[in-house]
Design a binder for this molecule. Structure first.
Ligand SMILES: [Zn+2]
Length: 103
């Protein structure tokens, strides 16, 4: 009946833009009953992606399971979506960052 589950990374994930530590993400790939899914069981539970809005800079941080486009990293923060594979805070999942929309 819930809307999403929580994903708890083994280590806090640092926002690539403002450096704030993020301790919890949301996913809609689980049972959506507000459970907390530890990082160690993500693939067993079929979690393909999870995400969070950074409270520090309002950028959108998303993790996606092994997407083919995530092979390279531009190395700089662009207004458009950045997918970076060099730093992989959560093994098996590529982190992407999208800066907040300008008003
Ligand atoms: Zn941030």
């Amino acid at each position: 009946m819930g809307m999403f589950d929580y994903v708890r990374p083994a280590e806090p994930v640092e926002c690539p833009s403002c450096g704030l530590d993020l301790f919890m993400f949301q996913t809609k790939d689980g049972g959506r009953d507000l459970r907390v899914i530890p990082e160690s069981t993500l693939s067993q539970q079929g979690i393909r992606s999870f995400y969070e809005l950074c409270p520090g800079c309002h950028g959108w941080i998303e993790f996606t399971a092994d997407p083919p486009q995530a092979r390279a990293c531009t190395g700089s923060l662009m207004p458009e979506r950045l997918v970076c594979r060099e730093r992989e805070p959560i093994p098996g999942y590529a982190m992407s960052f999208r800066a907040p929309e300008k008003p």
